[in-house]
Design a protein around this ligand. Structure first.
Ligand code: MLT
Length: 328
C-alpha cells in the first residue's frame, strides 16, 4: 500500500506536467489577450493606426488586443520591449519607417534591430504634412521657406526623436530649404501637437493620421502634403511639388512584428488576422478619412514585410553613414 502511494506520489508531477502541457499545447492561439506595443506616446499617429488595427484584429481573433505605449528614444525603447519579450505571439510591435533607420542611426542598442523580430505583415503607408502654429507669419510654403531662411535656428520644429518619421521629414525640409532649425524632441508627435496648437513650438512635419483633424479644425496651419498627388481627405492642400519644393516626398510605412523565434503557425495566424482587419469596412473608412489606406493584402504577409523592411534598412544605411549623424 505504502509502496503504491509512494510510486503514485513520485509519478504525480510528471503526470501533471504532461497533462497540463498537452492541455496548454492544445489550446489554440490565441487563448488570452494580446498586447501590441506602440513605441511612441499615446494620441499620436502610430497610436491611432495601431488602435484601429488592434480593435479589428480583436474582433477577428475573439480575444482582446490591447495597446501599450512605450515612447522615447526615437521608438527604440518600445522596440526593445518587444525584442526581449517571450516569442509566443502575445506581445507584438507596430512600428514604422523607424525600423528602417534605427539599425544605422543607433550603434549601442540592447536588442538586434536587424534580426530581432519576425515580421507579420505591412499595414499602411501614411502621407505627411508640413504644419505650423496658427500665428506663424507665413501663409504658404514659399513664405515659410523665406521665413526659415531668414530666421534659421531661431525657429524650432518638433519631432519624436532621432530616427522618427517627423525627424526624417524635418531633415528633408531643412535640406530642401538649405537652412537649419532648432529641434525640439518629444516622446511622440501626439504631445508635440498639443504644444504646436498651444504655440509653444513653431512647426512640425507629421503624418496625416495625426494632423487631419487639427487641420480641419483650423487649430494649425498647413502648407503642403508630401505625396505626388493631392489627398482626397484634404483636396485644398497642395503637394510639396505644387507649392515649390519638388522632390520633398515621403510617406511613412508601418508594419506589425513579433519577437524573433515566434512559432511560424502563430505568425501566420496573426498575419491572416491582420489581412482580415485591413479589409474591414470600418477600418478602411477611418483610414481614408485620415488620408491613408491599408496596404494590398499580398503585402500584409511575413515575407512581404520582411523584404520591405530589409530593403529599407539597406536604403537608409548609406544616407546615414554619409551624414555621419548618429543617435548615440
Ligand atoms: C508618433 O506616433 O508619435 C510618430 O509616429 C512619431 C514619428 O515618427 O514622428
Amino acid at each position: 500500500m505504502l509502496r503504491r502511494s509512494l510510486v503514485a506520489a513520485l509519478a504525480l508531477p510528471a503526470l501533471l506536467a504532461t497533462g497540463l502541457s498537452s492541455a496548454v499545447a492544445q489550446a489554440p492561439f490565441p487563448n488570452r489577450s494580446i498586447t501590441i506595443v506602440v513605441p511612441f506616446a499615446a494620441g499620436g499617429p502610430t497610436d491611432t493606426v495601431t488602435r484601429l488595427v488592434a480593435e479589428a484584429m480583436g474582433r477577428d481573433l475573439g480575444q482582446a488586443v490591447v495597446v501599450e505605449n512605450v515612447g522615447g528614444a526615437g521608438g527604440t525603447l518600445g522596440a526593445a520591449r518587444v525584442a526581449q519579450a517571450r516569442p509566443d505571439g502575445y506581445t507584438l510591435l507596430l512600428h514604422h519607417i523607424g525600423m528602417g533607420t534605427t539599425p544605422s542611426l543607433y550603434r549601442r542598442l540592447s536588442y538586434d534591430a536587424v534580426a530581432g523580430f519576425d515580421p507579420i505583415g505591412m499595414v499602411t503607408e501614411v502621407p505627411m504634412t508640413i504644419i505650423a502654429r496658427k500665428d506663424l507669419p507665413a501663409n504658404n510654403l514659399a513664405e515659410l521657406v523665406a521665413l526659415v531662411r531668414k530666421e534659421r535656428d531661431k525657429l524650432n520644429y518638433a519631432n519624436a526623436g532621432i530616427g522618427a518619421a517627423s525627424h526624417l521629414c524635418g531633415l528633408l525640409l531643412q535640406t530642401a530649404v538649405d537652412a537649419p532649425m532648432t529641434t525640439v524632441p518629444y516622446r511622440g508627435t501626439g504631445p508635440a501637437m498639443t504644444d504646436l496648437i498651444g504655440g509653444k513650438v513653431d512647426l512640425m512635419c507629421d503624418q496625416t493620421t495625426n494632423t487631419t483633424e487639427q487641420i480641419r479644425a483650423g487649430s494649425v496651419k498647413v502648407f503642403a502634403v508630401t505625396t505626388p498627388q493631392r489627398l482626397a481627405s484634404m483636396p485644398d492642400v497642395p503637394t510639396t511639388a505644387e507649392a515649390g519644393l519638388p522632390g520633398m516626398e515621403v510617406t511613412v510605412w508601418h508594419a506589425l512584428y513579433a519577437p524573433k523565434g515566434t512559432p511560424a503557425e502563430v505568425v501566420n495566424r496573426l498575419s491572416a488576422s491582420l489581412q482580415t482587419a485591413l479589409r474591414e469596412p470600418r477600418l478602411v473608412a477611418r483610414f481614408a478619412d485620415l488620408g491613408t489606406a491599408p496596404v494590398a493584402q499580398d503585402r500584409a504577409t511575413p515575407a512581404a514585410a520582411r523584404a520591405f523592411w530589409q530593403a529599407d534598412i539597406a536604403k537608409w544605411r548609406p544616407v546615414i553613414e554619409a551624414a555621419g549623424q548618429y543617435a548615440d
